[in-house]
Design a protein. Sequence first.
Length: 358
Amino acid sequence: MSTSCEISWFAPLCDDDFEFLGVPEPLLQSSFAHCRDVVLAAETAGFDNILLPSGYTLGIDSTAFAAAVAPMLRRLELLLAVRVGEMWPPQLARQAATINQILGGRLKLNIISSEMPGETLAGGPRYRRTVEAMHILRRLLRGERLQFSGDHYHLELEPPRLCAEAPSNPLFYFGGLSPEARTAAAEAADVYLMWPDRLEAVREIISDVRERARAYGRSLRFGYRVHVIVRETEREAREAAESLLSRLDAATGARIRGAALDSASAGVRRQGELRQAADADGYVEENLWTGIGQARSGAGAAIVGDPDQVLAKLDAYRALGIEAFILSGYPHQAAGDLFARYVLPKIAHAPLESTKPN
């Protein structure tokens, strides 16, 4: 186990903040003011990084938000989610370089293998396009002249002036459970992100992705995206979990899950399988509660327990090779404060540093 890990929080840019799941509240709705407050609170609380998620139809734009909030931050890093299928890679490189300059070099990118709005593209070609986009972004951000000919992009370009004058190597975080997604991460990403799963499954996924990366002569780090519900006692934590679902009906939950653009992905299917395998209280293994997934797509489980139980669960993931955690909770600002009070001081943590590209 490494001596430290990166502990990130989550900004609810995609209309994903509730006191009771499925019950929107105007004060928690995605807006610049609300999400700014969550980000600033995360910096004050001592988190290393914060994910700015991106959705085409939901909430506010992640890139515009990052540019607006970056001057307000002193040390927090931004993990900017970018839907590369919707963006022209050379323009994205210039945008990323600009935000990175505002942050003083503290930008990281969460690469999302998206389609164009209204487009339907099979997984294989879509992931190939994403890999090409990552290669293009990487080279332009390093300030390198680009000569690229692939299946989806054919470009011959000088790097944007900002990239040429201040080359950078922001880490690329990338997630996806399908074989095509794992291979894309192995070929071009830096940090492979996983959604919640049983410990044994996490071990198997890490082993598989490591083997795929070795085939490309590369190595990867591993991250884990999960919700967290921590209270002074386990009983209080489980009661808080139950309260989250107390106003949710099945039809509303199904509507929320079905509205997501990734609702048919392998990762989302796996989250559904975990809910089906859970016990009567929604726990699929010790302290891993799947109830969150009843009212959201994507990461659908939470670590639930007292401070020592939450810490032990994080340590169990770290023992398997996880070096970065992206955590969240409901409501996001209050949940971040609770985690920072009860658990964060017990963890040796620091931002993941960029390494020599491989």
